[in-house]
Structures are given as C-alpha cells and as structure tokens.
Design a protein around this ligand. Sequence first.
Ligand code: WTA
Length: 573
Amino acid sequence: MDKQVDIIKATATDANLKSYEEARSSFDWTEVEKEFSWYTTGKVNMAYEAIDRHVEAGLGDKVALYYSDATRDEAVTYGQMKTNSDKFGNVLRKLGVAKGDRVFIFMPRSPELYYSLLGSVKIGAIVGPLFEAFMEQAVRDRLEDSQAVAIVTTPALLPRIPVADLPHLKHVILVTDEFEAAPGRVDYKNEMAQASEQLDIEWVDREDGLILHYTSGSTGKPKGVVHVHNAMIQHYYTGKIVLDLKKDDVYWCTADPGWVTGTSYGIFAPFLNAASNVIRGGRFSPQDWYNTIQRHKVTVWYSAPTAFRMLMGAGDDTVNQFDLSSLRHVLSVGEPLNPEVVRWGLKVYNQRIHDTWWMTETGGQLICNYPSMDIRPGSMGKPIPGTDAAIVDDNGNVLPPNRMGNLAIKTPWPSMMRKIWNNPSKYEEYFRLKGWYVSGDSAYMDEDGYFWFQGRVDDVINTSGERVGPFEVESKLVEHPAVAEAGVIGKPDPLRGEIIKAFISLRAGFEPSEELKADIAKFVKIGLSAHASPREIEFKDKLPKTRSGKIMRRVLKAWELGLPTGDLSTIED
Ligand code: WTA
C-alpha cells in the first residue's frame, strides 16, 4: 500500500476476543446460543436472560444499575431489578395489556424507566421507547402508527401526548409523587406498591417482537423498526467481544434509551453480560461526565463523536482535574469518529477510542474495532465474527478494495430488524439486492479489510449522532403560517458532524427577517423536537423542484457547499 496509514497498535492481551482472525474463521452462532438458558429449557424471554437468570445464578446482590442525576443517586441490585420489573409486568397485566401489545415509554432517564421497559418485555409486550425531547407531532405520529395501548410517562411530558386523538391508547401510566386522577390515567407508584412480586413470565418465540424503534429515512414519516428477542444473541456476543465486558466491569453507555444505542447497548448488552451499568440522567457537562467516571470507577465507556469533540473542546485541563484511571476500554458510535479525536483520546485518557458502526435497523454492532486489533484512526474497523460486510455497486456486485460504493451486509444476522411496522414495502427496499442488506451509507474497504465511512447515499441527516429525516422537518416547517415551501439538508459542522439547515420560501405578505427565522425555528422545536429544529435558515424566492414538484435537496446541498449542481434536467425551471 502506498497510502500512509496511521496505526495504533493493540495492547489488550487480556481481551475477551483474543484473535479476530481466528474467531472469524471458526465462528458458529450456535456456540453463542448455548450460553442462554433457553438453549436447554426452550423458554425464551430477553428480560429473563438479562436479569432473572443472573439472580438465579446467585448474583442477586450485585449492582445492576448505578443511577444518578441532579436529585437522585441510587444503586439498584440485580435482585431489585428483577422484583421491580416483575411488579411492573403485573401492573400491565392487571390493565389487560398482553403479549404483542405496544407499550411506549416516554420519560427522562430514571430507574423507573428501566423497570418499566424490562417489565413490559417480561409480559411479551413490544416496547416503544420515545426520546424525552419529542413534542406533540412526533409523539402522535409514533403512537398512531404503532397503535400503542399504553404509555409510561411523567406529568411534565403528559401535555405532549394527544390522548383525545388516540382512541387505541387506553392507559397513561404516570410516574409521579403527585398523582391526579383522570380517566385512563394510572398511578405508577400506587400500582407498583400493590403489585405482586411473583410474575409468570410470558415465554415467547425467539422471533416475537421485542422493541420498536422509530427512525428516519429521507422520505416519509419515521418508520418503526421491529426487533425480536432473538437479537439477544448478538447483544450478548458483541457485549462480550466488542465492549469486552467482564464480570467486574462498571460500564457506562451515554446514549438515551430513546435511541437504539441506549437500548441495545444501554440495557440489553450490559445486563446480558451481568455488568454493573451506569446511567446518568440530565444534560451533558464535561465536569459531570468526568465525575461520573471517577465516582463509579467506570471501566468501559461507550459514547459518541460529538460528545468526544465537546470534551476535547473543554480542554485537557478539565480532564486532568479528574482521576479517570479506572478506564480500560473506550468506544464510540453514531457518526464518523475523527482521527484527531482518536489521537487526542490516546493522549488524555491513555485509551484507544474504538469506533463501532451499526444502525437502528441492524439492531446491534456490525463493523467494529476490537481491543485485540490494531486501530487505523478514521476506520470503523472490521465485521464482527459471524457476519460479512462488503462494498457493492447498485446492482449488488461486490467491488474490489479501495472502491467507494454501498456499504452492504450479508443477510441475515441475529439482531437484524424483522419488519418495518405497517410498511412491508419499506422493509423490502433494504433488501432489494438479493442476499444483501443495503445500509444507505457509502464506504470503501482497504486491502486489509478495514472499512472507511464516506457518507450517506440518501438525504438522512446525522446531527450530533442523532438521525433526522428531512421530510419530517419539512412537513413541520410548512405548517408555519409564513412558510410556503421548505427544503432541509445536513450542513457539515465541525462539532456536531452536521447541523440542520432549512431553505424556505415565504408566503405572500411575509418578509424575511431574523425574528421570523427565530420564530420558525422555535415552531419546529415546540412542535416536533429540539434536535430536529433547524439551526440555520435561509430564505429563497424559489426552491429548486422537479417537474413533479419534489424539492431537490441535492441541489440545495450543492448550493450550500458551493459545488456544481449536477444534472438539472428534471428541474422545473
Ligand atoms: C451513522 C446509530 C460513521 C451512519 C447506532 C448510519 C456512523 C447511521 C457510525 C445510523 C460510525 C453510525 N461511523 N457513521 N462508526 N455509526 N453511523 O440508526 O450513517 O441512529 O447509517 O444508529 O449513523 O444511525 P442510527
């Protein structure tokens, strides 16, 4: 290879995965299946494997959850997790909620969120976690599409749930000390206090629904990605070989359970591996974050590039005020991890930051850097044992090394999504190239099998690692009285990866102004969510459109980047 590649050598000789090459060559998923109790009993439930099994194995007093925020600081044992999730399962059963029903969880991080989520899984319900920043339209779309029967929430978020318009939503379970009764409302604390600790777990099929994560594409409303209990095989295994979790690890995943990282790797992988799991509520702050690592002696830390860039921005002096020597393994996901950040991590944390690639749809990690593997800063790593990735052209032909193309994964793998809720044709689109899952990312693979991310092939925006669909934002924008048309793109940003930029043409009678920009941004923030609100707005007399009237985001992006606009033959005028 003539290209100069920077390599950071592997040092972890005690890693769970000793040799990547060896593991890949002899890999067999059924060997992983043998680790689960259902392999012998035939009785399947993710929550049982994640919690109850460890209690039965004598780990009842081990800390499962270290929870802290500005007002709470609690340690919850595996035994207590079992009891509380069992109780919540009974609360749901008493309400008539049954296997296959959709139960949403819409609340800030708290121990109750974890009890509710695992309790729902125990009765076979399909859990829909919602990020706490979602506003009414976003909540409505998701509850309507999934026909959810119950939602667990807090009084502060209650006004964003349009209960009157959601006839199938029968139960609003409120986690509060000041419960006010109303039809359909359930007092979480009161019901939990009365609930039995004996739960008959609902044994399910490995292919039964587990979790429903709504995520964005470039067209249409967010789609409900359905994962099944079988995903535990991959969650457990990647928890072991990628997160490198061992018996005494204190693990911290900084993602919120409203996003897939916060469930697959904030709940399932660490609990399946019987780790002690740190959950921090509240907002990002470098001091609080470092303090969390110092106080809990975090050993394995999974975070995201935007957070690392913000920590880098907070300066080396901030790092030096804390004792972070407990850290032994650091990982990143969600957006491209800059080589500069990797080198900085090595300097200030004395840790290699291991990039990992996967998506909501893949359910679990797929292309990763392993503790026992040399890191090439800027590369996402190599496919996990038991899976295959390739760069393919638009016809599904595998391209040779160093050629850019579609990042595709050979189907299937254990945690692969099983359907898009209510939308079989959307599901099929991902598998249009026979034998491959088409990710929507473009990448290339080097001669040594390392994968390098290049970008999205569609219009999906990745801002601070959060995936935003331009259509959802555009739909909200045009509801504003001043907005005639809107086109939304991701604009490159050194800190957030991308920011949301909206191009807007105004209705007659409205004049461009800074106040109007602020008002429009606020409209999206209040109606949809803060992270989907455009940070930049530019007014245009006209937006580029196809003859069929579709706004051409590709042209908007080219304008923004000062690039040639390409083929405009389909443009309106
Ligand atoms: C992007 C998050 C570069 C990618 C788990 C993907 C990444 C989308 C990486 C999925 C990475 C994720 N390097 N880009 N290591 N990991 N992405 O569904 O574009 O929220 O398609 O899942 O994030 O985002 P999602």
